[in-house]
Design a protein around this ligand. Structure first.
Ligand code: ISL
Length: 559
């Protein structure tokens, strides 16, 4: 038998006069900014270090905001910069109403928002209501107080099980590995009650059955709304309320569905009473001027359940993690886009699209399947396709530079608690959190002036540094710049979506948004594309002479 050779034609073609299915999603003229926004995630510790201590800071963000204005973003979302021992990258908050000295001061925050406002950029901050840091005054008071006290009632303390209480109260597992319970010590050194932490043991969960917790977070919301933030990205927004009696759970610790254990049965996620919290928060936001928003970080599946978070009396947006996790597979991607638009349209909310964030390997790494050049090609094409979709977009700092993950961080420098809690089995999320490269010729690529950042940068990032890319018209940075500005000019965020008939069932994603045809070749062969003027191209050769090579995307205005 000779080796199997593909008999598929080397060049397939989309019809020169393409036809489209009836619109799956129609254009709208609701001009609420968040329905079509581009929001850029800043991870403060790795953005820009102005004071040279190896950690990014608020002043560093302020100093570079003009670079984000140049990308035409509507808003930034800042990951936590609050007082924190940084056991989980600041998602372990010790004081919700102050800035960690590592990042600066509240005055630095005010300077940042003032500069952002001048540049026309809104500021969204991260709210972490499911848990705080074990260094938070409320948790310290709870530890010092008796079982059954009001101080302990702010958190979820329980007696252990087994004859001497030495087994945890239930079988829940931490997201980061190991049990979700840690036992306390009494003053006399004897073992005491256990407390719940869905994440690290340094992140005790609040007890949202307690009205005092509601009052505390309403105070925090108002503190920042009064300081003029435009809204909040709400961390693990689906976890706040736990099922009565805290029953055992045999499904995934993150509540994602498996065949045997659908996510809707998870006792620590998606409980009904959560929705009342967001109804209340939405009404608080409504008391303030400006169009302020809430965005849910909720790993809820399927999309038809997720949209319960964005009904019009609750949150404005929710991250679309189904989209973020799409494999390099056109059929699956088409399905996710279709399901997303149908699900979000059914409740009148915008879909958001997102490919990277601080919790997952960057898309240039994911799509490369261990081939960095392929990864960058695919990331450019996938980003261009995403920027043509109707709805909101979230970008993660550094994706506009085409950054991959740092894959060889030495174990002793790793910071993510996942690494330690799983005994190194899961390397954790440090690879996507590496300090940004600003200037090719400076130490640490201009991130800061010290001996090094809090995580090392790869040695081959000079060509990826922002200043190298600014000078190169074909760079990923200039691709993002032009695509983002065109997206705005052409109104694609508020636009429509109709699938091209002859791409059905193929390796090509092809759709029409308003009068722009978007073609994204996820297959292995060149395809012929209809004649038209090229509005944006992921690569210089994309769409040239009517041909689109694999791992390329093009926006066309048809002749
Ligand atoms: O990181 C994940 C997958 O790699 C997610 O499951 C993530 O842990 C989950 O979505 C919750 O994430 C958020 O809360 C965590 C924090 O560590 C993450 O950085 C944050 O995005 C606990 O606050």
């Amino acid at each position: 038998m000779p080796n199997a050779v593909s008999l598929a034609p080397a060049v397939s073609a989309l019809s020169p006069a393409p036809t489209f299915h009836a619109p799956l999603h129609t254009a709208h003229d609701d001009d609420a900014w968040w329905r079509s926004s581009v929001i850029y995630q800043v991870y403060p510790r790795s953005f820009r270090d102005l004071n040279g201590d190896g950690q990014g800071d608020l002043a560093g963000i302020t100093a570079e905001l003009h670079q984000l204005a140049d990308l035409s973003v509507d808003a930034i979302w800042m990951s936590p910069f609050y007082t924190s021992p940084q056991r989980d990258g600041g998602y372990d908050v010790a004081d919700y109403c102050d800035v960690d000295p590592m990042f600066g001061t509240l005055e630095d925050f005010d300077r940042l928002t003032a500069r952002a406002t001048k540049l026309g950029i809104k500021v969204i901050i991260d709210l972490v209501p499911n848990h705080c840091s074990s260094e938070h005054a409320l948790f310290k008071a709870a530890l010092a107080a008796e079982p059954g006290s009001p101080e302990r009632a702010m958190f979820i303390f329980r007696d252990g099980t087994g004859p001497d209480g030495s087994n945890p109260p239930n079988n829940w597992q931490s997201h980061f590995g190991g049990s979700a319970w840690t036992r306390t010590l009494n003053d006399d050194g004897t073992p005491g009650q256990w407390y719940l932490h869905l994440f690290d043991s340094s992140q005790p969960d609040f007890n949202w059955d307690n009205p005092a917790v509601h009052a505390e977070f309403e105070r925090i919301l108002r503190f920042w709304l009064d300081r003029n933030v435009t809204g909040f990205r709400v961390d693990v927004a689906h976890a706040l309320v736990k099922a009565e009696g805290l029953p055992d759970w045999h499904g995934r610790p993150d509540g994602c569905s498996t065949e045997e254990h659908p996510g809707h049965a998870a006792p620590m996620f998606g409980q009904r009473a959560i929705h009342d919290i967001y109804r209340r928060w939405r009404s608080i936001l409504g008391e303030y001027d400006g169009d302020r928003i809430l965005c849910a970080e909720a790993t809820i599946d399927p999309l038809s359940r997720l949209v319960n978070w964005v009904r019009n009396d609750q949150m404005h947006q929710a991250f679309n993690f189904a989209y973020l996790h799409h494999p390099w597979d056109a059929a699956r991607l088409r399905e996710i886009i279709t399901d997303s638009l149908q699900a979000f349209d059914s409740v009148g909310a915008p879909t958001t699209w997102v490919l990277s964030n601080h919790d997952v390997p960057r898309h240039a790494t994911r799509f490369g399947e261990e081939r960095p050049e392929v990864g960058l090609d695919r990331a450019r094409a996938a980003s261009l396709a995403m920027l043509a979709l109707p709805g909101g977009v979230y970008l993660y700092q550094g994706e506009e530079l085409g950054l991959p993950d740092h894959l060889t961080i030495p174990d002793e420098l790793r910071q993510d608690p996942t690494f330690v809690r799983t005994g190194g089995e899961r390397v954790g999320r440090d690879g996507c959190r590496v300090p940004l490269p600003w200037r090719a010729d400076e130490p640490h690529y201009g991130f800061g002036s010290n001996d090094g950042g809090w995580l090392p940068q790869p040695e081959d990032w000079a060509t990826l540094a922002r200043d190298s890319q600014q000078a190169d018209p074909a760079s990923t940075l200039n691709l993002y710049r032009s695509a983002l500005s065109l997206r705005k000019e052409l109104g694609l965020g508020a636009g429509s979506l109709s699938w091209a008939v002859d791409a059905d069932g193929t390796d090509t994603i092809a759709f029409l948004n308003n009068d722009v045809m978007v073609i994204f070749n996820m297959g292995q062969s060149d395809i012929n594309v209809p004649a038209g003027s090229v509005l944006a191209a992921s690569h210089a050769d994309a769409g040239a002479d009517g041909v689109l090579a694999p791992n390329r995307c093009v926006w066309l205005r048809l002749n």
